[in-house]
Design a binder for this molecule. Structure first.
Ligand SMILES: Nc1ncnc2c1ncn2[C@@H]1O[C@H](COP(=O)(O)OP(=O)(O)OP(=O)(O)O)[C@@H](O)[C@H]1O
Ligand SMILES: [Mg+2]
Length: 216
């Protein structure tokens, strides 16, 4: 068994954008997958938006993920047979929202990420950066309480990366929300309220915004 995490103790506050940085393989994706109730931890306790994940049965977890969590995957995980707008509408359709309402909201969020002109494109017809923006729109569409983003700017140029982080930060600042961003991209550190540095499955340093320059 690979022990990907050992002794992680961290809290994410309401209204906060927390960044997690660290070398490849140190456990960043594993950590945020547990927080997002995608992965089950073997030990320890994880409470998210006031709910203890260990105490939920699989149905509750699925419902919790669908209603409270928005996840931007490191690999975008778009459904290849669906258009951009359909991909973004999926979390709403799963919740039972009508297609008409889901489409209208998906259009709004795609416009927010600058893709209002590519609503009908399939993922394969979009650039890597455009696909990444569809993935960001999909994570925001159902207005989740916690948004977890794994390298959300990895395929974006400087300007688009900044624009996307502004959108994501605005979400973090709206009432009752929080955002966790895993990143290697030092160009976006300025958006963080706090930065947690991970190494070998542990949080080795936690920096507030006033000391942010130390990790750059
Ligand atoms: N499904 C799995 N089965 C076994 N080991 C895994 C699995 N997924 C990840 N690991 C291991 O767990 C450790 C942490 O992986 P993780 O994907 O969390 O790293 P990461 O910090 O996100 O890296 P990167 O920056 O490359 O995305 C690594 O040693 C990895 O090889
Ligand atoms: Mg990763």
């Amino acid at each position: 068994m690979v022990s990907a995490l050992r002794g992680v103790d961290i809290d994410v506050r309401r209204g906060e954008l927390l960044m997690i940085v660290g070398p490849s393989g140190c456990g960043k994706t594993t950590l945020i997958s547990i927080i997002a109730a995608i992965l089950d931890q073997d030990a320890g306790r994880c409470e998210v938006v006031g709910r203890d994940l260990q105490r939920m049965d699989p149905r509750e977890r699925a419902h919790f993920r669908g209603s409270s969590i928005g996840f931007v995957f490191q690999v975008f995980n778009l459904l290849p047979a669906l258009t951009a707008i359909e991909n973004v509408a999926v979390p709403l359709l799963i919740k039972g929202v009508s297609w008409k309402q889901a489409e209208s909201r998906a259009r709004e969020v795609l416009q927010l990420v600058g893709l209002g002109h590519r609503l009908g494109a399939l993922p394969a017809q979009l650039s890597g950066g455009q696909q990444q923006r569809v993935a960001i729109a999909r994570a925001l569409v159902h207005d989740p309480k916690l948004i977890v983003c794994d390298e959300p700017t990895s395929s974006l140029d400087h300007e688009t990366g900044h624009a996307m982080m502004s959108v994501i930060r605005d979400v973090a600042k709206s009432p009752g929300r929080a955002v966790i961003v895993v990143t290697h991209d030092s160009r976006i550190f300025e958006f963080a309220d706090r930065i947690a540095r991970m190494d070998d499955g542990k949080i080795v340093e936690l920096m507030g915004s006033e000391r942010r320059e130390h990790v750059q």
